[in-house]
Design a protein around this ligand. Structure first.
Ligand SMILES: *Cc1c(COP(=O)(O)O)cnc(C)c1O
Length: 359
């Protein structure tokens, strides 16, 4: 039986070579004769796994000593709270709204201080990102927050983030390490691993060492970034298994030639899929061209009564999870790093065939 192609937005497809390594090495982590999950996190093998994974991530991100990488539980969703818990302290923060994840982040931040929405693309149903000139940040804001790839709507920020005059915080959950990005322009970024980089259970937080934290006294110790930095993400028992899977994904990325090589593949995958959509008369992508996500490609059918048929036929053809998010409907293909050009070509071929058959 051939393996289905999983276009899920997350938890998402893992690279086959990574799954092979997990199954080959599960019983014996690095010659220790026990699995990674059974090791104490005080064990040198695990301490080294965390150090190595941090070093690999920093190298792939192109950041040096100025940054630390944390491996935290709670998903990107907990970062919606942890960021203001550590940076807001009753003050003002500037939030850009580019979609549903931005809105959730604002809702949580508002519990810790005053949130100013600097601009929103809600009126367009999040099919674009507000132009940089329209962002109106209050001068006294402690930080600026944005989601650089809105997974549900398929909009991605490709511009610069310099010159905002305050620390920049970014939710990069669904496109971190999909292409080279100016991480040096940002002070804190976060991403749940289960979209592009591994399995649920660990959230990557990359934080600039000179970022100034201010947290309220009632902030739980575990939620204080300073404590996690000082304890190398091991304030309590850390999610060792997802960190190991992350390390295997990073090694696989290195074997492909790193971020530049992966970016080339990703750009080609996205271009071919958007082109197939744009040149068909059945499918349509509503997003402004210069904001189209390379990772999440939503599309609607000109005849929406065909949607359930499309889903059923695609599932039967071994193309999984093409249904769009329940809040927006339509279809969505998530084509993260683990999805190959050949798999995207298979999807395009299926879409063409479906269009011919339903004409
Ligand atoms: C999936 C996602 C989240 C939520 O991630 P969890 O790990 O489920 O908390 C937040 N932001 C973005 C952009 C996402 O794609």
């Amino acid at each position: 039986m051939s393996r289905p192609i999983n276009f899920c937005s997350g938890p998402a497809a893992l690279p086959l070579p990574v799954l092979d390594r997990i199954s080959a090495e599960l019983h014996d982590f690095q010659g220790s004769k026990i699995s990674v999950m059974e090791h104490s996190h005080r064990d040198q093998l695990i301490v080294r796994l965390f150090e190595d994974t941090e070093a690999r991530l920093k190298a792939l991100l192109g950041v040096g000593e100025a940054y630390r990488v944390l491996f935290l539980p709670g998903g990107a969703t907990l970062q919606f709270s942890q960021v203001p818990m550590n940076l807001l302290d009753g003050g003002t923060a500037a939030y850009l709204t580019t979609g549903a994840w931005s809105q959730k982040a604002i809702k949580e931040a508002a519990k810790y201080g005053h949130v100013v929405e600097v601009a929103s693309s809600k009126e367009s149903n999040f099919t674009t990102i507000p132009a940089r000139e329209s962002w109106q940040s209050p001068a006294d804001a402690r930080y600026f927050h944005l989601c650089t790839n809105e997974t549900i709507h398929g909009v991605e920020w490709f511009g610069s983030l310099t010159g905002l005059g305050m620390p920049v915080v970014a939710d990069m959950s669904s496109h971190l390490l999909s292409r080279s990005m100016p991480i040096q322009e940002m002070d804190l970024i976060y991403a749940g691993a289960q979209k592009n980089l591994g399995t649920a259970g660990v959230t990557i937080v990359v934080v600039k060492q000179d970022l100034i934290f201010s947290s309220q006294q009632a902030t739980p110790g575990l939620m204080d970034y300073r404590g996690q930095i000082a304890n190398n993400s091991m304030m309590n028992t850390p999610p060792v298994y997802p960190v190991w899977v992350l390390s295997l994904v990073l090694e696989w990325m290195e074997s492909l030639g790193g971020v530049a090589a992966i970016e080339k593949i990703n750009r080609h995958k996205a271009e071919s899929l958007y082109q197939a959509i744009d040149t068909s008369s059945l499918y349509r992508n509503p997003v402004t061209k210069d904001c189209r996500s390379l990772m999440n490609v939503p599309f609607v059918l000109a005849d929406d009564t065909l949607e359930s048929k499309f889903i059923e036929a695609s599932q039967n053809a071994g193309l999984l999870n093409l249904k769009g998010h329940r809040s927006v409907g339509g279809m969505r293909a998530s084509i993260y790093n683990a999805i190959t050009q050949q798999e995207v070509d298979t999807l395009i071929e299926f879409m063409r065939e479906f269009e011919r058959a339903s004409a």
